[in-house]
Design a binder for this molecule. Structure first.
Ligand SMILES: C[S@@+](CC[C@H](N)C(=O)[O-])C[C@H]1O[C@@H](n2cnc3c(N)ncnc32)[C@H](O)[C@@H]1O
Length: 278
């Protein structure tokens, strides 16, 4: 697969990035995405608030990284810019205008909008958006380094949020994650979230989940579920920050966290791990 899907190939089917944007209330999506999103939301209404849950987790996790001293971030599968982008959260958390972010996505519309947003509102000396396929880790890491925004011996916040459930084991996401973890110095943090369909509330929800999974086969990003144990393996041997792998709303909830009273309802698993010294 090319690092970047063609624009034509991206627009003739719904894309996960744009469907997610629609669920988040964004406007950077097309009729083909909205028709698809409305159809799956009618079958499985939790899907839209679950998308918000992923996004809220991203914000809390990035804030946590900044509080732990991290000032440089790589956001793989960054999607369309929307409320609470990594550079905005990081800059707000730091309060010093000293955080750097490289955004990467292989979806042309997502990349184009990210570049426009950054050109209009961000600091080009600290924020970049580039095309890239996270499944080509060696090539991609070189491109990330070429931006000049990632200092090799300084801890990195590596964010892969709501992305891995679009990547089948056949594509070796675990191998890619192994590579990225190996590049990062001690103190770096890995922020991940992932859909799971292990705990439907009833048979009707199980059927709806199966239906939605079948519908996603027609998009540019067919999806899949993993168990908590399968998800946890993506952190490798990095120790998990408290409270470990949990349903996303249970990860350091704040007063805005949706489903804080019923985290499993979201079907979103999340965690943050930190590399220790060798
Ligand atoms: C649901 S969106 C999540 C966006 C963002 N991470 C967030 O949490 O708001 C998933 C994104 O992953 C991107 N993606 C999927 N596979 C990818 C790959 N192999 N390389 C880079 N990006 C990928 C999609 O294009 C999409 O923008």
């Amino acid at each position: 697969m090319d690092a970047m899907r063609s624009l034509e190939g991206s627009l003739d089917r719904p894309s996960a990035a744009r469907v997610y944007d629609y669920f988040l209330g964004g406007t950077r999506n097309y009729a083909i995405d909205r028709v698809f999103a409305d159809k799956v939301r009618a079958a499985l209404p939790i899907i839209a608030p679950a998308a918000r849950t992923c996004r809220q987790f991203l914000g809390r996790a990035v804030h946590h990284c900044v509080d732990a001293g991290i000032r440089q971030f790589v956001d793989l599968g960054s999607g369309l810019p929307t409320e609470g982008n990594v550079h905005e959260v990081a800059d707000t958390a730091s309060g010093a205008g000293d955080t750097r972010v490289v955004y990467v996505d292989n979806e042309p519309v997502a990349l184009a909008h990210s570049q426009i947003l950054l050109a209009e509102t961000a600091d080009p000396t600290r924020h970049h958006a580039i095309a890239g396929d996270l499944l080509r880790p060696r090539e991609l890491w070189k491109e990330i380094r070429k931006t000049g925004l990632v200092t090799p011996d300084e801890p990195v916040g590596l964010v892969i949020n709501a992305v891995l459930h679009f990547i089948d084991d056949d594509q070796d996401p675990a191998g890619a994650l192994d590579y990225y973890r190996a590049q990062l110095p001690p103190g770096s943090m890995l922020v991940l979230s992932h859909i799971t369909t292990q705990n439907p509330v009833d048979d009707a929800e199980r059927e709806a989940m199966d239906y939605v999974a079948a519908q996603y086969e027609s998009t540019t990003n067919p999806g899949l579920s993993r168990t908590a144990a399968q998800f946890a393996r993506f952190f490798g041997d990095w120790p998990l920050e408290e409270p470990g792998v949990v349903y996303a709303p249970a990860w350091h909830p704040d007063d805005r966290t949706l489903f804080a009273d019923d985290p499993p309802r979201t079907h979103v698993l999340a965690g943050v791990a930190r590399k220790t010294a060798a």
